[in-house]
Write a protein of this length. Structure first.
Length: 52
């Protein structure tokens, strides 16, 4: 059975692509983006396969 690990990542609107590219380079896949605690911030939910 595949096991996953998850992370929540704060995203600044002006640097969203750079932040997601950095996490993607480490093997994380974007699951969802939701509004953050203030208008200039979002929160990304990420997942990747857990190493055995």
């Amino acid at each position: 059975m595949t096991k996953w690990e998850y992370a929540t990542v704060p995203l600044l609107i002006h640097a969203t692509k750079q932040i997601l590219d950095n996490w993607g380079a480490d093997g994380w896949e974007l699951v969802q983006v939701v509004p953050g605690p203030n208008p200039e911030q979002l929160v990304a939910y990420m997942k990747r396969q857990k190493e055995a």
